[in-house]
Design a protein around this ligand. Structure first.
Ligand code: GRG
Length: 329
């Protein structure tokens, strides 16, 4: 499956990170061990399916950009990937999703109960690893982040099937459920490097803005993307009645008839009218408006990077800004 760092689009980021990411993968493999066979089976199933590994890359790149040379970033990178994977396992159960990373979701393969419980294993294993690092600040950052992610999911649940959700309410959900872990990953790179509070804040702002851009594009790809390339089903958001930005903009700009169709689809999770709704979001420019909102966030992220000294790692982080907005997978 093509990814943000697909071999077909080899980039300086990939080259810079190859060694670091294989060290992270070694930590991930070592820390997945459990005497319970089903835990190993399911966790290897989802983690082995790949994924873009963006959050661990943020930890490594920020630590490197700030001159840190110890082994802790590899452990931290594995920790954030475990938390991310736990959220995916739980999210796919909540959303009843059937496709993730180009294969059947863990819930489709092994059932909801097993998925939720292995998510709990990964989440608690991440906290065991944090405790071993013996850094209260790391625990604080990740305890706060995971709590906010859970709040974001509950907020999203409350917004489901509600076509009157405002853009600020939608933005709050994506900052909580997605951007918060990007923010924590970037911040942890700075924390482990012993950065000043000002630099730590710049790194966190970058992560928050990049994560917001990333989710905005995720939401537009649910209407514009290709199931095979994405490795997950397009149209899922509509099926769940999620009022995401492409729909909010289309309702604002469309005709009364367009508005009525979209309202009805959100209220009833009506995926049968997906082709008509895709036509409306295209015609009203809602997809481009969503990408433009992502571009604005990526620009905020880019600006904050200039608080860091120039380095190859900083260049790689700059490249992430462009790739998150232009991505089609
Ligand atoms: C276990 C802390 C905890 C919380 C559970 C269900 C839930 C609460 C949170 C779900 C949050 C969530 C899944 C947000 C969406 C984030 C997102 C954009 C996921 C896809 O990320 P990619 O594209 O995935 O980086 P890959 O497959 O590349 O790793």
């Amino acid at each position: 499956m093509p990814t943000l760092d697909s071999p077909t689009t080899a980039s300086p980021v990939q080259e810079l990170m190859a060694d670091g990411m294989s060290r992270v993968d070694a930590v991930i493999r070592a820390r997945l061990s459990s005497e319970v066979a089903l835990i190993e089976q399911i966790s290897h199933y989802i983690i082995g399916a790949g994924g873009k590994r963006i959050r661990p890359r943020l930890v490594l790149l920020f630590a490197q950009a700030l001159g840190h040379e110890g082994p802790e970033p590899y452990e931290l990178a594995a920790i954030v990937e475990f938390i991310h994977t736990a959220t995916l396992l739980h999210d796919d159960v909540v959303d009843e999703s059937s496709l993730r990373r180009g294969r059947a979701t863990a819930n489709a393969m092994f059932g909801n109960a097993a998925s939720v419980l292995v998510g709990d294993f990964l989440y608690s294993r991440a906290f065991q690893m944090m405790v071993s690092l013996d850094r209260m600040r790391v625990l604080e950052v990740l305890a706060d982040a995971t709590n906010v992610i859970a709040e974001g999911e509950v907020l999203q649940l409350m917004n489901m099937h509600d076509p009157d959700i405002t853009v600020p309410a939608y933005l709050q959900v994506i900052r909580y459920k997605t951007a918060k872990l990007f923010e924590a990953s970037a911040r942890l790179g700075a924390v482990i490097a012993g950065a000043s509070p000002e630099i730590e804040a710049a790194c966190a702002d970058y992560g928050r803005a990049l994560g917001t851009a990333f989710q905005l594009v995720d939401d537009l790809l649910d209407y514009e993307g290709d199931t095979q390339a994405l490795g997950k089903n397009v149209g899922d958001d509509l099926r769940e009645g999620k009022p995401t930005l492409p729909l909010l903009v289309a309702m604002e700009r469309g005709t009364a008839q367009d508005r009525e169709l979209i309202r009805h689809a959100i209220e009833h999770g009506e995926v049968e009218r997906l082709p008509d709704i895709i036509a409306i979001v295209r015609r009203t420019g809602a997809l481009e408006a969503t990408r433009e909102a992502a571009r604005a966030e990526a620009n905020v992220a880019r600006e904050r990077l200039f608080a860091l000294p120039p380095s190859a790692a900083r260049e790689a982080l700059l490249e992430f800004c462009a790739r998150s907005v232009e991505r089609s997978t």
